[in-house]
Design a protein around this ligand. Structure first.
Ligand code: SF4
Length: 225
């Protein structure tokens, strides 16, 4: 009997897993295209990075939604070197008024970069927002929106998407943002009524909104949460 070393068995397993995820990503891309979005498949983060930088060449002002997926891509050095005007509300030293002004300016930028809380196999983008500026900019305003999505955010259907947001995305984000929320402490949603509640606007983009230009970059790697 041929013995398989642990290393090659690991490679074999991850190869199969990657293939499985690739099919899910490609099906999602097709569904998104069917729903009127521009959508592309990227085999990894490096490919996604190149695509984003290519899109950024045509933009003067670039808005960035708070996103761990974008953080992982480490786009800032290159975008800064390209001389782009970066609209970020998390720049150090901004006053609350300046942060608010930045949120407004993002609504009218050339290119808005963000991720999504979930995407369904049927090609719907599902997001839950606290303020609403992120979902606002995704829906109307910027000349173009790029949504970068890791394979871990694909959900079977709307029900699974909303479940994933409350089970993973919201508690993890609440903790990242250091919010005084029950989910940031327990790790589970208790449908709180806290003043700091981050789940206030649930927005589902079934089809691309008629006056928007949204491109989804579907990456066959785990990204963000
Ligand atoms: S509803 Fe409240 S407890 Fe539940 S995930 Fe949202 S912020 Fe956390």
């Amino acid at each position: 009997m041929e013995l398989i070393s642990l290393g090659s068995r690991g490679d074999f397993m991850s190869e199969n897993l990657n293939w499985c995820y690739e099919q899910r990503c490609r099906k999602t891309v097709k569904s998104l295209q069917h729903n009127g979005f521009e959508a592309v498949y990227c085999v990894n983060k490096e490919e996604a990075y190149k695509d984003i930088i290519g899109e950024a060449r045509n933009a003067d002002s670039i808005g960035l939604g708070g996103s761990m997926t974008l953080e992982e891509l480490q786009l800032m050095p290159e975008l800064t070197a390209m001389g782009k005007e970066l609209l970020r509300r998390d720049l150090p030293g901004l006053t609350p008024d300046e942060q608010e002004a930045m949120r407004h300016r993002q609504l009218a930028c050339d290119l808005f970069l963000t991720s999504t809380n979930a995407v369904t196999l049927a090609g719907q983008l599902v997001n839950v927002d606290g303020i609403g500026n992120r979902v606002g900019a995704m829906t109307f305003g910027p000349k173009k929106v790029l949504v970068v999505v890791g394979r871990n955010k694909i959900a079977e259907d709307l029900h699974a998407a909303l479940k994933r947001i409350k089970a993973i995305a919201a508690p993890a984000n609440a903790r990242r943002l250091n919010k005084n929320l029950p989910c940031a402490i327990a790790g589970f949603c208790s449908d709180c009524n806290s003043p700091e509640r981050i789940c206030r606007a649930t927005v589902i983009l079934d089809h691309m909104p008629s006056r928007s230009n949204i491109k989804i970059i579907m990456v066959n790697e785990e990204m963000g949460y």
